[in-house]
Design a protein around this ligand. Structure first.
Ligand SMILES: CSC[C@H]1O[C@@H](n2cnc3c(O)ncnc32)[C@H](O)[C@@H]1O
Ligand SMILES: [Zn+2]
Length: 444
């Protein structure tokens, strides 16, 4: 019988050549060790001291590797993994209205969401994501898949006005969402937030209700907003006000708001976001692929807004690779500002770890490697032709490494990836399910 060291609170040591705690800019430690007791980090010290201080603890030594906090993917639609590559090279409106929504209307059900989410979780764990914030139908199935896999999740209680296979209207979305929240309220790794899809799909009245609920329950609220210029223009034409101004009018601009995309922002709006301590979730690859626009990351950071990074769904990205997303974030900012110092490797890595933790209100628990935080840790092997020599491990991860260099992943002290093998998910079955869905969807 395997002993679960987490239940028995047994100490274990993980040591590697580099450790990036993400608690101080451009800082890393060499030949250090992390001590995990149960599900928490209980010590970080030099490898030699660790061996002396904890002589009984089993040691995992990862030569040529770097330890860092797991990536926090702050916006995704996990189950859309099953729609990857179904429709590409279109602008957002056409892509959603002509390609994606009709297929979702026909195929999304409990099994689709459960199996699609498992697929996405497998991809995320294999690429070093230890926590994801999701927005999709059937949050009960998302929670089940996440709980079984061991990954940490902040699951959106999705709200739209139109009828879907999840709910017949916005009120039913809220009622059913709150039941799911209740079912998982004792979980250590599953959290929830409100996820009204966008100001153009959710009414003012519903957004007001959600604002009240999110304040009462202290739950964050994620929403697509100002994703494209076209979205802003049509909203103004219909309502006479810009979408962000509508959210402000309703009182939604607060530290609980996760504003996703934000490619269209004027100076005044950046000021509103800063003064109300909102969080912006930047999805650079989805924004580039749909040619939606560019989020003004540097203006936001300089104004004091917390920036997090998300992949968005695999149908618009087309992967859930946070290493690649940090690289895109940095490169896009440099090009956008015509300034090579814009969004440094450390700034992108921060947004992809601590930035996400703060956006979800989980900054005391995850996002950095510090004593007292949950043991959400990843190891990346830099001992490859592609990432040698190592002058600066932060630079190597953001500008040179690829996701297949992620070797080991722990969430809440439990190992979910061991030498690149998934320990809680059945990869052949996940692949089989993806092929079954492709068959059904292609023959529609
Ligand atoms: C209501 S569940 C989520 C809903 O969002 C759709 N979606 C996926 N990507 C985007 C995006 O970039 N902008 C707006 N909406 C998006 C997805 O297809 C689901 O219907
Ligand atoms: Zn999205």
């Amino acid at each position: 019988m395997q002993i679960d060291s987490r239940e028995q609170n047994i100490e274990q040591i993980i040591t590697a050549d580099w450790l990036i705690p993400m608690n101080q800019a451009n800082h890393w430690l060499e030949h250090h060790a992390i001590v995990i007791t149960g599900n928490k980090i209980t010590d970080i010290l030099h490898r030699d001291q660790a061996i002396d201080k904890y002589p009984q603890a089993p040691i995992t030594t990862l030569n040529g590797q770097v330890l860092m906090p797991g990536f926090v993917n702050s916006h995704c639609h996990a189950a859309m993994n099953l729609l990857r590559g179904l429709s590409d090279d279109l602008p957002l409106k056409e892509w959603l209205e002509q390609a994606i929504w009709p297929v979702e209307a026909q195929f999304v059900d409990d099994t689709f969401v459960y199996q699609g989410t498992q697929h996405a979780i497998a991809e995320m764990i294999r690429s070093g994501t230890t926590c994801f914030q999701d927005m999709y139908f059937m949050p009960n199935q998302i929670a089940k898949a996440a709980q079984e896999s061991g990954i940490r999740a902040n699951i959106g209680l999705v709200v739209v006005e139109f009828e879907t296979s999840w709910a017949k209207n916005a009120q039913e979305c809220i009622d059913k969402g709150l039941d799911v929240f209740d079912q998982f309220k004792h979980s250590n790794t599953i959290n929830f937030n409100f996820a009204p899809h966008a100001p153009y799909t959710v009414s003012k009245n519903t957004l007001e209700k959600l604002g009240t609920l999110s304040n009462e329950l202290n739950l964050t609220l994620q929403i697509h907003v100002h994703e494209t210029a076209n979205e802003v223009e049509s909203f103004v034409a219909e309502h006479g006000i810009r979408p962000l101004a509508r959210l402000k009018e309703i009182g939604l601009l607060s530290p609980l708001l996760n504003a996703v995309h934000m490619t269209q922002l004027n100076e005044g709006e950046i000021e509103w976001l800063a003064e109300s301590a909102c969080h912006v979730i930047h999805c650079p690859q989805s924004n580039m692929k749909l040619a939606s626009g560019v989020c003004p990351t540097i203006h936001l950071i300089e104004a004091g807004v917390n920036l997090a990074i998300g992949t968005d769904g695999a149908a618009s990205n087309n992967d859930l690779d946070m290493i690649d997303e940090t690289r895109s974030a940095s490169l896009l900012a440099k090009l956008d500002y015509l300034n090579p110092t814009a969004l440094t490797a450390y700034q992108s890595l921060y947004a992809a770890t601590m930035g996400g933790a703060k956006a979800m209100g989980l900054q005391e628990k995850i996002g950095s490697l510090e004593v007292g935080k949950a043991a959400d840790i990843i190891a990346i092997d830099l001992n490859r032709i592609e990432t040698q020599p190592v002058y600066n491990p932060i630079s190597q991860i953001v500008y040179a490494a690829s996701r297949d260099q992620v070797t080991n992943v722990w969430v809440n002290g439990k190992q979910l990836l061991k030498d690149r093998e998934l320990s809680t998910l059945n990869s052949p079955l996940i692949l089989q399910h993806a092929q079954n869905w492709r068959h059904k969807i292609i023959n529609r």
